[in-house]
Design a protein around this ligand. Structure first.
Ligand code: KG4
Ligand code: ZN
Length: 389
């Protein structure tokens, strides 16, 4: 089965075409085409993602990205297609530029061989999500292809299970219960599942997401957006120099509470106060980056350990943009190999921790197998969509 996947929930515009077969116990995938454009540089000027700018950029770039993906997949063939201009204008009435580009493009190409369109419909920035959703509905209408909505966070869970071999990959069939620690710019949550179909919330942040804390602390240290990779780079320098870890101490909020919840806002504020009267030399910034990262690692490990005990998890998945962080990955690898030999740990392959459309395609494929197709007329973008019911 061929799945066209669309992702626009934040500041990455991504479209991929993947071929999928099998079920969760044994599945294989081929990436036929995959194009991703990050807007990070544009948003960097503002120190964070601006939803309306993100929306405009998605609308401007979706057609060129679709075209590239279809071209790479050898699925772009010239031809005449009836585009039902009036209906299309209605579907894309809020995206006039996208509408214009879409009409020009679609009327001159043949319907490609695609079985289902998977699109992220939440959670994320609502204006950004809507562009992807309307785009998917328009394509579904013109090409008469069913739509499957995908929860972005479920996409991150699948991204961690992928075993990549170039353009081909398979999924590691997980043992259940599976516990997912999802850490991104908008989320920090521990989710348990027995089947990758229904999910239970085990713990979550009560204030900032961990990626948000990385980005905000980076900003305080005058580092560019996105701050996660920058903090990680500076922290490594401090560790390499073997700075004394007691030079700077930051709090570990909620470390000892008897639940699986998190809080990162106090940690961020502690950095703000601590740097107030300090000269921000590279050396000082590196020490702060390291102590901040150490605090995050300690909190994530302790709460996840607790959640593993509570859920009796046999598989641990770390997903979301922050899972690209080396210190976090290494800490979890140490934990599992030293203390939890029966637990299988999965982290995303290179390039699949941050947002992408491949993970949306895989999630859409399994959603389709489970009969989660939706009438395009009923599809809406939901900024606060939850994975756990
Ligand atoms: O999943 P993602 O691409 O987008 C959201 O759905 O939010 O995650 C983006 C977040 C940003 O906050 C970014 O700073 C963080 O992931 N991030 C990292 C690293 N790479 C990206 N945080 C820590 N260390 C990294 N190496
Ligand atoms: Zn994400």
């Amino acid at each position: 089965m061929k799945i066209l996947a669309i992702e626009t929930s934040c500041d990455e515009t991504a479209v991929s075409l993947i071929e999928a077969s099998g079920d969760i116990s044994e599945s294989t995938f081929t990436v036929l085409g995959d194009t991703l454009l990050s807007q990070a540089k544009l948003h960097a000027k503002f120190g964070g993602v601006y939803p309306n700018l993100a929306k405009r950029e998605h609308a401007k770039n979706l057609i060129p990205i679709l075209k590239q993906t279809l071209k790479d997949a050898n699925a772009l063939e010239e031809g005449n297609t009836n585009i039902y201009e009036e209906e299309l204008s209605h579907i894309l009435e809020r995206e006039p530029e996208l509408l214009k580009q879409m009409i020009l493009f679609l009327q001159n190409v043949k319907k490609p061989n695609i079985d289902v369109i998977a699109v992220t419909n939440g959670p994320g920035l609502e204006p950004a999500l809507w562009v992807g959703v309307n785009f998917a509905v328009a394509l579904s209408y013109v090409w008469n292809i069913p739509i499957i909505p995908v929860n972005h966070m479920e996409g991150h869970v699948y991204a961690s299970l992928i075993k990549r071999k170039g353009k081909n990959f398979s999924l590691s069939a997980p043992k259940f219960p599976l516990l997912a620690l999802l850490i991104s710019g908008g989320h920090t949550e521990l989710i348990a599942t027995k089947d990758l179909q229904s999910y239970k919330l085990v713990g979550q942040t009560r204030d900032d997401a961990v990626g948000e804390a990385f980005d905000k602390v980076a900003r305080m240290l005058d580092l560019p957006y996105p701050g996660g990779p920058e903090i990680s780079r500076l922290a490594k320098m401090s560790r390499k120099r073997k700075d004394s870890s007691r030079d700077i101490t930051l709090p570990r909020p909620m470390l000892n509470t008897k639940d699986c919840d998190f809080s990162f806002s106090g940690l961020k504020t502690a950095v703000l106060y601590a740097i107030k009267n300090l000269e921000m030399t590279t050396d000082v910034k590196e020490k702060f980056a390291r102590e901040f990262e150490d605090a995050v690692v300690e909190i994530l490990i302790k709460k996840t350990k607790r959640a593993i005990d509570e859920t009796k998890a046999r598989t641990l998945v770390i997903g979301g943009g922050v899972s690209a962080n080396d210190a976090i990955r290494e800490a979890f690898e140490r934990l599992v190999s030293a203390d939890m030999p029966d637990l299988t740990l999965h982290t995303p392959a290179q390039g699949l921790s941050t947002d992408n459309a491949i993970m949306i395609g895989i999630s859409g494929y399994f959603g389709h197998l489970a009969g989660k197709n939706i009438d395009p007329a009923d599809l809406t973008a939901k900024g606060n969509l939850r994975l756990s019911g």
